[in-house]
Design a protein around this ligand. Structure first.
Ligand SMILES: [Zn+2]
Ligand SMILES: [Zn+2]
Length: 256
């Protein structure tokens, strides 16, 4: 009887989609949960989430730090002596649930997260565009160390940047490389991290960008996590070394 009821229920409420995060089958219309993202391609991806996954996203709705968009008091931007980027915005706060999503994507190779994380990153892009006025000419990603890239097979930051590039029509360009491998960052104190990042990035050989005749070139760097800003800052420094006068902005999927 129960099986029959289930079958009848299934006929009346066809499966419309599978949640890309928990893989549960979701019946019925998507429950529209508010998202700070306007692009239809990105919204369509976010609409595929089940209600439970959608409501667990800790969106950054109200950035407070005008430089990096942190939703609270920001000692990192105050401490930084020289900021090379013009502004950064992050989509979500790096809480437990988000750690799990990123670990599934990065370490367990669950590539289905690429689009959903890119859709979230789009929120940071749109916020940045609104706060700093105007569009971006190029987008690039923070590169992985070559050894890391080999073991993982892909650069998660590049994957999500590529989707943002396609949706918003911002050409993707590989502009940066790492000058050396660093130790795993996770256990390091903030100050140690900042020291570690100096001169870690450099422009790629043959770095070429078309200058804009009437205004500065606006380059966007994408990353998965923003912690103290030292990675983003060193990437911006490296880009300015090859493209003096450019404006460099950053977007990150999450903010610790
Ligand atoms: Zn779900
Ligand atoms: Zn800040």
């Amino acid at each position: 009887m129960k099986g029959l009821l289930h079958a009848v229920y299934g006929l009346l409420h066809p499966v419309l989609r599978q949640c890309p995060v928990c893989l549960r089958e979701v019946r019925g219309e998507p429950a529209p949960s508010p998202v700070p993202v306007w692009h239809p391609e990105a919204r369509m991806r976010l609409d595929r989430l089940c209600g439970a996954c959608a409501t667990r996203i800790p969106w950054i709705w109200a950035p407070m730090c005008p430089v990096c968009g942190r939703p609270g008091r920001c000692g990192d931007c105050l401490r930084r002596k020289l900021t090379h980027f013009n502004g950064v915005r992050c989509a979500v706060q790096y809480r437990d649930e988000m750690k799990g999503w990123l670990a599934d994507f990065k370490y367990r190779g669950a590539e289905r997260y690429a689009e959903i994380m890119a859709a979230m990153l789009s929120g940071a892009m749109e916020r940045l565009r609104a706060d700093f006025g105007g569009a971006f000419d190029l987008i690039t990603a923070v590169p992985l160390a070559p050894g890391r890239l080999e073991e993982r097979g892909f650069n998660q930051a590049e994957r999500i940047a590529a989707a943002v590039s396609a949706w918003y029509g911002i050409p993707y360009r590989e502009l940066l490389k790492r000058t050396r491998d660093t130790d795993k960052q996770s256990g390091k104190a903030r100050r140690g991290r900042i020291e570690d990042m100096r001169g870690l990035f450099a422009p790629v050989e043959g770095f070429a960008v078309e200058r804009q005749p009437e205004r500065s070139l606006r380059i966007l760097i994408a990353d998965d996590i923003y912690t103290t800003g030292s990675t983003m800052n060193d990437c911006a420094r490296a880009i300015l070394q090859a493209a003096p006068g450019a404006e460099v902005y950053g977007i990150a999927w999450s903010r610790t």
